[in-house]
Ligand binder design. Structure first.
Ligand SMILES: [Zn+2]
Length: 364
């Protein structure tokens, strides 16, 4: 009976001598594909012996220990798709390419870079903390680099420690979520750091992380990497907000700036918020005057182009379509307050919009 780790797909270890198949949960597995939670897993033979020789390690379930991938040549490719890694696994990466797709890391894991390598890490999930480390080359006392790393559709649920990582040539992050703090301080980021849709959520936004994100942001600013710099600036400022008391004015200003434009990155959002304020103001004025015709639209628009004009209105005037609305009375305090708030928020949104456009398209 063959090892059926993947619905009948042939096991790449099938031709190994003395391979003893193991029954578990109604299926048969070779010792390498045997699931981590099988009681016999502890008795599995030394996985390390096969690691050095094999290029295809797809589906292997790695018990906790250190694995050395002994690729000695830059063109070699090691496939580790659909693998599972037990907590406490250490992966020592030498030269070559490592493809890790749809992998599950069930606990703490460490990548040690011992040669210039390329790693494709896609569609994977890290349940425990991750550390990426560059070891120092003893002969010439230079760091080994994680040369080309591509991380796509990966969820990091625990701390990601990059403080001793050296990314050599390129680092690409896309559709990646960090749900716990990322330690950037000490990390070397390459000129070619590219990120699309990177999210810092939940515990990643923590008052103790402010310095870490600032460190990365300054490195990216040096590389003129404006987009990612903006993402990290937002993470930095949101982390900073966690340390503020709710009554601090800077917390409120910071929050408005975030909501309106994600800290100056997103001019489209500023425009949408601006339009939303106009609609809300129209509804407010309509409710106040108990009418919904074009004169209320004109009035709403008037508060934009002539902010605070109502404060100088004592009697019905012929300006800005107001004569019709206040034919018999001067504006009351509620209307004065509402229109002032409307004007202040609208002007703020225009300013934030212009700043965001300038930030996005400014030439160096
Ligand atoms: Zn197998």
């Amino acid at each position: 009976m063959p090892c059926d780790w993947s619905n009948g797909k042939e096991c790449q270890f099938a031709n190994l001598h003395h391979l003893k198949l193991i029954e578990y949960a109604g299926s048969t597995y070779c010792p390498y594909h045997l699931p981590l939670d099988a009681p016999q897993k502890a008795a599995s033979p030394d996985h390390q012996a096969i690691i050095g020789e094999r290029a295809d390690l797809c589906g292997v379930q790695f018990p906790s220990r250190t694995y050395t991938f002994q690729n000695r040549n830059a063109n070699s490719v090691t496939l580790m798709n659909d693998c599972h890694f037990a907590p406490g696994v250490v992966l020592q990466l030498f030269l070559g390419t490592y493809e890790i797709r749809r992998a599950r890391f069930h606990g703490e894991v460490k990548f040690e870079n011992r040669g210039r390598n390329k790693v494709l890490l896609t569609g994977s999930r890290f349940v425990g903390p991750l550390q990426i480390q560059a070891l120092v080359q003893p002969s010439i006392s230079r760091d080994w680099t994680a040369a080309n790393w591509e991380i796509d559709s990966v969820d990091f649920e625990e701390v990601v420690d990059l403080s001793s990582a050296t990314f050599g040539e390129s680092l690409r992050l896309s559709d990646t979520t960090f749900a716990a703090p990322v330690e950037f301080e000490g990390c070397k980021l390459p000129q070619q750091t590219v990120a699309h849709d990177v999210r810092f959520v939940d515990r990643a936004i923590d008052q103790d992380s402010e310095g870490s994100y600032r460190y990365a942001r300054l490195a990216l600013a040096e590389h003129r990497n404006r987009d990612l710099e903006g993402v990290l600036y937002a993470a930095e400022k949101r982390s900073q907000r966690r340390g503020m008391k709710w009554w601090w004015p800077s917390l409120w200003v910071s929050t408005v700036y975030d909501v309106a434009s994600r800290y100056g990155q997103d001019y489209v959002r500023a425009l949408v918020v601006f339009l939303g304020i106009q609609v809300a103001a129209y509804v407010g004025y309509g409710a106040y005057f108990q009418r919904w015709d074009s004169s209320v639209v004109v009035f709403t628009f008037a508060q934009l182009v002539k902010p605070f004009e109502l404060f100088s209105v004592r009697t019905a005037t012929a300006t800005s379509g107001m004569s019709d609305l206040f034919a018999f009375s001067a504006p009351g305090p509620a209307l004065l307050f509402g229109s002032a708030l409307h004007s202040i928020l609208s002007l703020s949104m225009v300013a934030i919009f212009l700043l965001a456009v300038r930030w996005r398209f400014r030439r160096e």
